[in-house]
Design a protein around this ligand. Structure first.
Ligand code: PEP
Length: 251
């Protein structure tokens, strides 16, 4: 049995007052949603305050990225230990916006993932193909390269602390969602790769989230797919009402 996860990526949104208001409202609206694991990923500057506001609730906090070094002359970076210190239990690594605008590659995703795991964080590793790659028929080869590259040399014990988020780049923030069939095909393929890299048991237990314009009205269809275990939500996680509806509809 894989427990569903709904994670909200707040991206570059919400300063302190709004972030705290959103966090408290999500707690209020999801108090009875005990079947689903809930994670929010606020921006770095409000992580500590949001973590404090959520302490005692069932909602976990994630960083949106981290660096692979714990400390040193790396201006502007945030280390896994700093995320832990701010109250995070998770970190998102390899989001397509990091890959697209900030130079993340499979190799840096792998370094960041290893460093985060070493510090004790759980990692949400994001992968996904661009529209051009899908149209060229390269979706599965891109996904395989990203899974193998992102997870390179990560041992079986650590794979249990990893959640994979399949986010087709063409569906992020565009209002276009992959159809349930398109998403299921890729999720099932990811599970096959995990089985080959680790074991059938690990592939059965690893949770694979879908991300890309998830809304309260499309989550049910996605969750009905056998290999979809939840969602990484961007835009719709910025409103407590829509985020909590997604959580409710994910069961
Ligand atoms: C995301 O940021 O990971 C995402 C899926 O965004 P959106 O839900 O807005 O498409």
């Amino acid at each position: 049995m894989r427990r569903p996860i709904i994670a909200g990526n707040w991206k570059l949104h919400k300063k302190t007052v709004e972030a705290l208001e959103l966090a408290r409202e999500i707690v209020r609206l999801t108090e009875d949603c005990t079947d689903t694991e809930i994670i929010v990923a606020p921006s770095f500057t409000v992580l500590g305050k949001v973590s404090e506001a959520l302490s005692g609730s069932r909602i976990s906090v994630a960083g949106q990225d981290c660096f692979w070094q714990e400390e040193g002359a790396f201006t502007g970076e945030v280390s896994p230990g700093m995320l832990l210190d701010a109250g995070c239990t998770h970190v998102i690594i390899g989001h397509s916006e990091r890959r697209q605008h900030f130079g993340d590659t499979d190799a840096t995703v792998n370094r960041k993932t290893k460093a985060a795991l070493l510090s004790g964080l759980s990692v949400i590793v994001c992968i996904g193909e661009t529209l051009q790659e899908r149209e060229a028929g390269e979706t599965l080869s891109v996904i395989e390269r990203q899974v193998r590259g992102g997870l390179q040399d990560i041992c079986a014990r650590d794979i249990r602390k990893i959640v994979i988020a399949y986010e087709p780049v063409w569906a992020i923030g565009t209002g276009k969602t992959a159809t349930d069939v398109q998403a299921q095909e890729v999720h099932s393929f990811i599970r096959t790769i995990v089985s080959r890299l680790y074991s059938p048991t690990d592939s059965d237990t690893v949770r694979i989230l879908y991300g890309g314009s998830v809304k309260p009205d499309n989550i049910r269809g996605l969750m009905s797919c056998p290999d979809i275990d939840g969602a990484l939500v961007g835009g719709a996680s910025l409103s407590a009402t829509s985020f909590s509806s997604i959580i409710r509809n994910s069961k």
